[in-house]
Ligand binder design. Structure first.
Ligand code: NAI
Length: 257
């Protein structure tokens, strides 16, 4: 049997948060698998760096400088992609971290994190699903939740609430668009080494990573490629019977039933 399920040749993918970390690794891996990738982010230099990496590996990338909290911009970018051909894959990765205790959390903190981590994902999902339905494409949408979605840690209220909301969005949308052959799944990564988790002085960072690695049966933290491969699987035909699910590439740090 030929291993064609992971062949994205002739397919188009849209990745938000593609200028850094997990989004960049995902865009480059999808391109390696044969997809034409549309990379969206508010960080223009970072986007161009991702596009350069893709083209150095022989792939095709287009860039869209936008803020995912601006629904009109996201809608315009997806509409432009759809005008050129069907959109097969949406990966909503863009997100921000915020830490404050419950007692210190201000309205504006919660509003900002909700806008990026939840509404930004909602808009990407809405526009992708509308595009796929309009073109009759049996596509795949992958959202980025977090292990924080169902654990409690001091200071992580805003972040974890938005990630739990992403899970509900993912499952609800899966129930609504399955009739069109569209699959919707989420990934809940553990600690992945990216600029988002690089929040400490070098010595403290090393200690924090080592502490996290000790919690994993595999004895390490994750790399962006670990998550990119999980996205590739969920977006691919190999996951044709998988929808409304949460995949947890976390090194075994948490093992919910
Ligand atoms: P990162 O900070 O390296 O990348 C995030 C990207 O999102 C950046 O390129 C940033 O410019 C972009 N972005 C942020 N706000 C945006 C906005 N309003 N509009 C457009 N682009 C925006 O972070 P990383 O680690 O790659 O995280 C990616 C996703 O994975 C996030 O949703 C994060 O919550 C999630 N995640 C990360 C984990 C980790 O350990 N690194 C663990 C679990 C989840």
């Amino acid at each position: 049997m030929a291993l064609t399920a992971y062949d994205f040749t002739g397919r188009t993918a849209f990745v938000t948060g593609a200028a850094s970390g997990i989004g960049r690794a995902t865009a480059t891996l999808l391109a390696q698998a044969g997809a034409t990738v549309h990379c969206a982010d508010r960080d223009e230099p970072g986007l161009h760096e991702t596009a350069k990496l893709v083209s150095e590996q022989g792939g095709t990338a287009h860039t869209h400088v936008l803020d995912v909290t601006d629904h009109a911009s996201l809608a315009a970018a997806v509409a432009a992609v759809t005008a050129a051909g069907p959109l097969h894959t949406m990966v909503a990765v863009a997100g921000i971290m915020h830490t404050s205790t419950v007692l210190e959390t201000r309205d504006e903190d919660l509003d900002r994190v909700l806008a990026v981590n939840f509404k930004g994902v909602l808009y990407a999902c809405q526009e992708a699903a509308r595009s796929m339905i309009a073109t009759g494409t049996r596509g795949s949408i992958v959202t980025m939740a977090s292990g924080a979605m169902d654990t409690a840690s001091p200071g992580l209220l805003c972040y974890s609430v938005t990630k739990a909301a992403v899970v509900q969005l993912t499952k609800t949308l899966a129930t609504e668009v399955g009739q069109h052959g569209i699959r919707v799944n989420a990934i809940a990564p553990g600690w992945i080494r990216t600029p988002m988790t690089d929040r400490h002085e070098p010595a403290a960072q090393e200690q924090a990573e080592a502490a996290m690695a000790r919690r994993s049966p595999l004895g390490r933290v994750g790399e962006p490629q670990d998550i990119a491969h999980a996205v590739l699987h969920l977006a691919s035909d190999a996951a044709a019977f998988t929808t409304g699910q949460i995949l947890r590439p976390n090194g075994g740090v948490a093992m919910p039933w």
